[in-house]
Design a protein around this ligand. Sequence first.
Ligand code: PLP
Length: 288
Amino acid sequence: MNKTPISKIILEGREFLVKRDDLFDPYLSGNKYRKLHTLLKTPKEHYNKIISYGGTQSNAMLAIAALAKQKGWVFEYYTKPLSKKQKEQEEGNYPIALSLGMQHYELELESYKVYVQALRLNLDPMCVVVDQGGADRMAQEGVAVLAQEIQEESLEFEAIATPSGTGTTALYLALAFPQYKVYTTAAIGDKGYLEEQMSALSSIPSNLVILEPQKKYHFAKPYKELYEFYKHLKYGGIEFDLLYAPLLWKLLMEQTKEKILYIHSGGVSGNVSMEPRYKAKFPELFSL
Ligand SMILES: *Cc1c(COP(=O)(O)O)cnc(C)c1O
């Protein structure tokens, strides 16, 4: 796929455009595809190993596993110790990444941080390290390609939106589109935490707008009202991820009015491991 397509979706009578970065590849999808663009373009011979770290639900982990497989590179992934339940997980990103060849190492809690901070010390030149979630300056190049694709379409929209974890994607989008507002929200932590993450990469431009919910939503915890958004969007024809997208959709509906181009951030492959948690907590959402 050269360019990802644009879809329309109507939510409560309001029309949105959606840039379908979820369709690039089932595993290497959404903003992880954009963030890894530079490595995707790198010739195979350049490296033989890619190293990263983080959680086992991570979409970045799965995307790197798919990239490494495609390139024939070894993929080493470091995490904190897993629970028995996490290890035995049969669906979702973790077992898929393992099946793609990921080599997983659990580090002791006490040594995790030090180990991870030292990954780049004396690094073999044939190895490349990608920080947790792909929060790397390298991402700017891939987001610029996304911006280029959007510009070539001559679409009609007044603002852009995409959800944030580390904020890398939203930040680089806002820098690439100074003439538009870029709406985002912090799926992890709060606005202050998100600004801190972004500031580590660049100063935050004024067209980047971080929307804030009235109540605190904890990352990866099931909330009935967020599932409702996921469900409505799915009926509308597009599946979004359950961790990042629903909160931003809720805030866009509550706090914005413009015609929005929403950048699908991918991550749908993780839904099979979130669905059972929703089912357990809110069985009424699943009864007919
Ligand atoms: C990783 C991820 C995000 C967050 O992207 P950042 O660039 O870290 O802000 C958002 N949505 C999905 C589905 C993701 O996988």
